[in-house]
Design a protein around this ligand. Structure first.
Ligand SMILES: NC(=O)c1ccc[n+]([C@@H]2O[C@H](COP(=O)([O-])OP(=O)(O)OC[C@H]3O[C@@H](n4cnc5c(N)ncnc54)[C@H](O)[C@@H]3O)[C@@H](O)[C@H]2O)c1
Ligand SMILES: [Zn+2]
Length: 359
């Protein structure tokens, strides 16, 4: 497996069989102590490989339960307390070995502990490898709102080893893959073509796909690190997708993030066709591909109103209109578009009543 490197601002992202970079980075930072944060799954599935591939002395492994519901202030308190009890000082290093929850929360805890200690991201899910580990957004969920408390701060390095994906359940692989599809749709037609040519998502050759996907995100966040403008393209599929994700969770019919975003991308592609420049042929290409990967979720019409209500809280909206990123074509997108409630309803009806031409 080849080893590649991308530079983002003041840190580097290594992709491939790259865990030996832990030792290189530690050599250069010379931390007083090194701590590794894992959850119960990455402790079992990822820590052994980490230990096998690195020689850096670890002071302590801190393990937390897995799952989004632990991306919370209570868990941060436990992490901070452990760091104090283990006498972590301002020169200590925290290595976050896990998915987006570990990366977001571990990075947040490190950034706030004693006003900030260095941290390294070693993402182990596809979602975190292609998306969450880059861009500097860190945080936790609070007051029933996702990522509502947090900071922007960069790690000393990001090490992406696709071998970790071998133990990741296939439903989680597909969920993370939605972000790669999104990256192709908003900015990289070639990546979209690569995606649609993959025979089986479960045993895809991830190295190059991760690099291309990160390349898209890097270009966007490099130009707009604090989300003042263009970075909003990354929200494609997420305005409707996030609303579906949180309503389905309340209904006890939880979808994984990428599964909800896949529905959101179909609906928002519909809006991009009906009220923007996307062609009908491209809408059909996007819809049929997404449904071939994710199936068609059963979403009752009675929930549409709740989706709209959730969307109306979005801080990107102005007045009654809801803010969207539209596709102008596959690989090209435009921010700050709007649609009203009726148009959004229509896009959801399009998704739920879609019939594949091959059926
Ligand atoms: N910071 C950002 O820019 C950004 C972007 C997108 C998403 N996110 C955040 O990322 C989080 C979701 O990330 P996620 O999907 O990685 O969730 P996650 O961290 O909960 O991981 C999903 C599941 O996979 C398990 N797991 C992780 N690696 C494994 C491996 N190699 N083998 C087996 N099991 C493994 C975890 O224990 C967990 O049960 C959300 O909180 C979201 O808000 C952040
Ligand atoms: Zn997402």
């Amino acid at each position: 497996m080849s080893l590649k490197k991308i530079s983002v601002h003041d840190y580097q992202i290594h992709v491939g069989d790259c865990l030996s970079q832990v030792d290189v980075l530690c050599e250069s930072v010379r931390p007083s102590k090194v701590f590794v944060l894992v959850d119960e799954n990455t402790e079992k599935c990822c820590l052994p490989r980490f230990q096998e591939k690195t020689n850096t002395e670890i002071s302590e492994v801190i393990t937390i339960p897995s799952g989004e519901k632990y991306k919370a202030l209570g868990t941060c308190e436990k992490i901070w307390r452990r760091l104090f009890n283990l006498r972590a000082d301002r020169k200590s290093l925290l290595i976050n070995l896990g998915g987006g929850v570990i990366g977001d929360m571990g990075g947040f805890c490190a950034s706030t502990y004693m006003r900030g200690i260095p941290f390294m991201q070693i993402p182990t899910t596809l979602l975190s490898q292609v998306d969450a580990s880059i861009g500097g957004k860190l945080g936790i969920d609070y007051y029933d709102l996702k990522n509502s408390i947090g900071v922007f701060r960069n790690p000393i390095g990001v090490l992406i080893d696709p071998t970790f994906l071998q133990t990741l359940p296939s439903r989680e692989i597909r969920s993370g893959y939605a972000e790669t599809i999104k990256h192709g749709l908003i900015e990289d037609k070639k990546l979209w073509k690569t995606c649609t040519a993959i025979d089986n998502v479960n045993d895809a050759e991830w190295n190059d796909i991760i690099l291309d996907s990160l390349g898209v995100k890097k270009n966007i966040v490099d130009k707009d690190p604090l989300e003042d403008g263009r970075r909003k393209v990354l929200n494609f599929g997420h305005t409707i997708g996030h609303a579906i994700e949180s309503v389905m969770m309340q209904e006890d019919k939880s979808l994984l993030h990428g599964e909800a975003i896949a529905v959101g991308m179909v609906a928002e592609a519909y809006l991009s066709w009906k009220y923007g420049d996307l062609t009908e042929a491209q809408l059909e290409e996007i819809t049929s591909y997404l449904i071939s990967i994710y199936g068609q979720q059963e979403i009752e019409k009675s929930l549409f109103k709740s989706f709209l209500q959730k969307m109306s809280y979005d801080k990107k909206n102005t007045g009654k209109e809801i803010n969207f990123t539209f596709l102008e074509s596959i690989g090209k997108s435009v921010i700050n578009q709007s649609a009203d409630q009726e148009q959004i309803m229509e896009s959801l009806v399009y998704y739920t009543s879609y019939q594949s031409p091959s059926l």
